[in-house]
Design a protein around this ligand. Structure first.
Ligand SMILES: Nc1ncnc2c1ncn2[C@@H]1O[C@H](COP(=O)(O)OP(=O)(O)OP(=O)(O)O)[C@@H](O)[C@H]1O
Length: 247
């Protein structure tokens, strides 16, 4: 059945082994002739932490972006609770796309430098038309959750540390209480104490909401401590140039 923008989820996917959770089925992505992902399968069940590792350039971030509904694969599909999701970004209705959130390695690259931290946290709520009073209350609740004091909330990214900005990005990622949180080297740039704090906020959220977590990291200690299981991605391949037609 063809999926449409208005109806982003198709019928339950009978091929899915586990009906609940976030799944990538046979995902293939090319950038030019480089085949970054080649029919990759991955499943994250509710409450589970799946570690994703592989050599640099093997496509871990690309797979996370596909799962976050930010990048359309060349083939394959993403499914939520066994239902395929059609489209990416704003083509997917808010009720579906807000079920998955992603936290990137660099909070500066992921933040609008013009926004105060409060506005940064509130952005996903405003984007979905959340009433102002509710947005204000939820923003305060999220700031408290990640340990950002009110004096920091009025500052813009240039006036806070990387750790403080990553906490704001984590608060923003949790704004819609996602069922799945994809952490793409999210603690790699942080000092040990901020790293531990961010990890504690994520694991506490995961426990309370039974959220599935994807943990992308090169840190074996973090994988051993946190991941329920680990999936390995092989290195990317280069497709041979297309042959000219033979006569
Ligand atoms: N938008 C893009 N355009 C062209 N090439 C891209 C794009 N995004 C990623 N790539 C390439 O795809 C490959 C996989 O990148 P990706 O960031 O997914 O790898 P990774 O496994 O997360 O790497 P790392 O561990 O170094 O972060 C790399 O060779 C990268 O240069």
């Amino acid at each position: 059945m063809t999926t449409t923008v208005d109806d982003p989820t198709g019928p339950p996917d009978s091929a899915a082994v586990t009906p609940t959770g976030l799944a990538a089925h046979q995902i293939t992505v090319h950038f030019g002739r480089q085949r970054v992902l080649d029919r990759v399968d991955l499943h994250i069940a509710p409450g589970e932490t799946v570690g994703l590792r592989g050599p640099s350039g093997s496509g871990k971030s690309t797979l996370a972006r596909v799962l976050a509904l930010l990048h359309a694969p060349d083939s394959g599909r993403v499914a939520l609770d066994g239902r395929p999701v059609g489209g990416v970004r704003y083509r997917v209705p808010a009720a579906v796309r807000t079920r998955v959130a992603i936290l990137f390695q660099s909070p500066r690259a992921a933040s609008d430098p013009r926004l105060s931290l409060a506005d940064l946290i509130a952005a996903p709520l405003r984007a979905t038309g959340t009433p102002t009073a509710e947005t204000t209350a939820r923003t305060a609740e999220l700031a408290d959750l990640v340990g950002l004091t009110s004096d920091l909330l009025t500052r813009r990214p240039h006036a806070v540390s990387d750790g403080q900005l990553q906490r704001a990005c984590l608060a923003r990622a949790l704004a819609h209480r996602p069922d799945h949180l994809l952490c793409d080297e999210a603690t790699a740039m942080l000092d040990a104490s901020t790293q531990a704090h961010v990890a504690a906020v994520v694991t506490d959220y995961q426990r309370r909401h039974s959220a599935g977590v994807l943990l992308i990291t090169h840190d074996p200690a973090l994988l051993a401590r946190w991941a329920t299981r680990v999936v390995d991605l092989p290195g990317a391949a280069v497709d041979p140039p297309a042959r000219p037609p033979t006569r």
